[in-house]
Design a protein around this ligand. Sequence first.
Ligand SMILES: C[S@@+](CC[C@H](N)C(=O)[O-])C[C@H]1O[C@@H](n2cnc3c(N)ncnc32)[C@H](O)[C@@H]1O
Length: 257
Amino acid sequence: MDDDYPFDNASAPANDRMSALQASYDAATVQHLEKLGVGSGWSCWEIGAGGGSIARWLAERAGHVLATDVDTRLLTDLPANTSVVHHDVREEPVPDRKFDLIHARLVLIHFPERDELVAKLATALAPGGWLVLEEIEARGQTVLETPDEASAAIFRSVQGRIIDLLERAGSDVEWAGRLPEVLAEAGLREIGSGRVTTRWPGGGTEIRVLAANSLELADKLAAEGVRAEELEQFRTVLADPRFTVSSYPLVSAWGRG
Ligand SMILES: C[S@@+](CC[C@H](N)C(=O)[O-])C[C@H]1O[C@@H](n2cnc3c(N)ncnc32)[C@H](O)[C@@H]1O
């Protein structure tokens, strides 16, 4: 696991986290990529490919997909025009080739040098190629339905402390809103952006990302004074179909080289 990246693809909750993220955000991502015209012959780089759903979608449309991650264990059974490569986007140079599309979702927000990384990625674009970045607004969730005020209170309290922890570990939970500006500062043009929020009902696939994160960060949360019974109550609320929270808003932004 990377120093500042707080989660681990080898952990027990990782599969739940990846399938929850994909269920929550793939529809929005695909809509943007379709509008940008991803098609045959395109050379694509999927950074921090995670569970591989977007690499797979790209491979079914584009010429070639380079899917990179610091942990490639979940990147299996991808189409033959996909290359899966271990690559640390922070430490290693960009690949020695140019891309028609570079996409990273929920990766760069965790790294303190995130703005510099965007400028670095822009150098790997072919003329007219698109850089598409997507990040969440981690403090942007709202309780939409709750069986009682106590459930909403435990949700807000534990989730708030999880976000505090991520911030202290180096994540900038407000960076998503700056994406269009950061792309422009990297010299890209035709900047566009979108923001989507969906519903995450208790007990559903999507909300499981919150339970998975709370399991994975349990030791760190305990060190911050979050009691085991609070975490248990939090997970009980997340599993309750009478409880619904809005998703983390996803900001998608793109610009071309
Ligand atoms: C929250 S997951 C998002 C996965 C996928 N992009 C998605 O949205 O479904 C972040 C991914 O970034 C990867 N990652 C973390 N640090 C990285 C680094 N320095 N270079 C490349 N990938 C990294 C993690 O291993 C993980 O697979």
